[in-house]
Design a binder for this molecule. Structure first.
Ligand SMILES: [Zn+2]
Length: 240
């Protein structure tokens, strides 16, 4: 049963929703929004609110037990469309290794390999996204895998890091979204066979792709790690 709704569970999770530390108190700037999937067991679309709340508590205990403080994401949405707000946006949680000081995290219950989230889940995620926008503005957003550092590769949240459906979360708000990671400096780049490519120049590679495509592409995928790809915006100057 579809029930698109935002439910505040901050006072019910182990850390009271405050996270491991304050990002701003530590001088960190939140630069992006990461979307995840739970990947393991999930609930059917007609699950009840009680069942979903229990699921949140299970994840909370699991993440706490792993030494991550508590519930790893700022919020989670279920196939029903119910979205549970679990962590203040200023608090560092535990969802993208070594980047939790600078990323908001929103999770979809389920696994999105060969399938996409329900329309209700997309709509529910939009409610959580709205809170994140209130806190940090229109920042770049992408799947976990697109934000992951090369040493922490992941398939989260499913096919192509969810790039086919993540844009739909913001779509109906009619806002212009920068949903891709903006490169800074030189990423460590590896070939498919794992061999390191020294001195990889992201902008030079983007320029070459733009040239070869005749300026038709507005974004490209570049390899940044073994079996890990990241999508980049082409700077306007590269577009024909
Ligand atoms: Zn993830």
């Amino acid at each position: 049963m579809t029930d698109i709704r935002l439910i505040d569970m901050r006072h019910e999770v182990i850390d009271g929703g405050v996270g491991r530390y304050s990002r701003t108190d530590n001088g960190y700037v939140t630069i992006g929004r990461a979307y995840h999937h739970t990947a393991v067991l999930w609930l059917r679309p007609d699950a009840t609110e009680v069942e979903e709340r229990n699921h949140v508590h299970v994840i909370d205990q699991y993440h706490h037990g792993k030494g991550w403080g508590g519930f790893g994401y700022n919020g989670i949405v279920f196939p029903s469309g119910r979205a549970y707000f679990c962590g203040d946006w200023d608090g560092a949680r535990a969802h993208v290794s070594s980047r939790n000081h600078e990323l908001d995290g929103i999770c979809f219950a389920g696994i999105f390999v060969g399938r996409e989230p329900t329309d209700a889940a997309i709509a529910g995620a939009r409610l959580l996204r709205g809170l994140s926008v209130e806190a940090h503005g229109e920042i770049p957003e992408a799947g976990h895998g697109a934000w992951a550092l090369p040493q922490f590769p992941t398939g989260c949240p499913g096919d192509d890091y969810g790039e086919n459906w993540i844009p739909r979360i913001a779509e109906e708000e009619n806002v212009a979204v920068t949903r891709v990671y903006q490169p800074e400096g030189k990423p460590e780049v590896y070939r498919e066979d794992g061999a390191h490519i020294p001195d990889f120049d992201t902008y030079e590679a983007l320029r070459q792709v733009a040239e070869e495509s005749g300026g038709r592409w507005e974004h490209v995928m570049l390899p940044v790690g073994h079996r890990l790809w990241r999508q980049f915006d082409l700077p306007p100057s590269y577009l024909a």
